[in-house]
Design a protein. Structure first.
Length: 233
């Protein structure tokens, strides 16, 4: 091979190497920004779900009788219409009725009592299994305290806690000495675009049982809090 041919070959090799290096750098920067954006959005949705727990705690503290909440006839202050039907966020349709059914029995259709009473790894309490009821729901951006909220739809469900043994999950335990009296479970979930979702479940208890007064103001204590890595019914 002549010197001219060798020089041309070396130029091609160097050019190919630099092109590959440039392409790799551009790809790395793009993937880093994409990962950073996904992480930021995921963390933002987790904060949104946590805000749902705070909304529930605030509203439940102002409600003396929780039975209408457990029965699904009373919602909180953060709602955007009737408790059910389809909502849209980031081009994605969310059917609140289907989501509620999924939590209660793992199905998209309306749950029957035997289906909700069925024992499973996630719902092992039989007739005392939680009956999740919509309590708060709406676009996260509707909360006025957030200047630049992550675009997602926030849904909060409330149910009776699993300590009760009365076989009636739509009514709080009647007596103060009964297990589970003045305690509810809250499931808050944020739904974003592309199927993204983050969920938190917490247990809330009244800090003061009885009628509200200056000596005994009703309040809420968070007894447990956990992020649900894998959303299960």
């Amino acid at each position: 091979m002549s010197e001219r041919g060798i020089a041309l070959f070396m130029v091609l090799v160097v050019t190919a190497f630099l092109s590959a290096l440039t392409l790799g750098t551009v790809l790395a920067v793009f993937m880093d920004r994409l990962a950073s954006g996904n992480t930021k959005g995921s963390v933002g949705m987790l904060y949104a779900a946590d805000a749902g727990i705070e909304i529930a705690a605030r509203d439940l503290a102002d409600i003396v009788d929780w039975n209408p909440v457990l029965a699904g006839t009373q919602q909180g202050s953060f709602i955007d219409g009737t408790p059910g039907g389809v909502r849209t966020i980031a081009g994605r349709g969310l059917d609140l009725t289907v989501l509620t059914n999924s939590l209660n029995c793992g199905r998209s259709s309306n749950c029957t009592a035997p289906q909700m009473d069925a024992n499973s790894a996630e719902r092992p309490w039989g007739t005392n299994n939680p009956r999740w009821r919509l309590f708060a729901y709406g676009p996260y951006g509707n909360l006025p305290q957030f200047v630049r909220p992550v675009p997602c739809y926030l849904v909060v469900w409330v149910a009776d806690d699993s300590r009760e043994q009365d076989g009636n999950p739509l009514v709080d335990a009647a007596n103060e000495d009964d297990p589970g009296h003045g305690i509810v479970r809250v499931h808050a979930e944020a739904f974003g675009g592309g199927g993204a979702r983050r969920a938190i479940e917490a247990e809330l208890a009244r800090t003061c049982i009885g009628q509200q007064s200056s000596a005994c103001p009703l309040g809420i204590r968070v007894q447990s809090w956990q992020e649900l890595r894998q959303v299960v019914p």
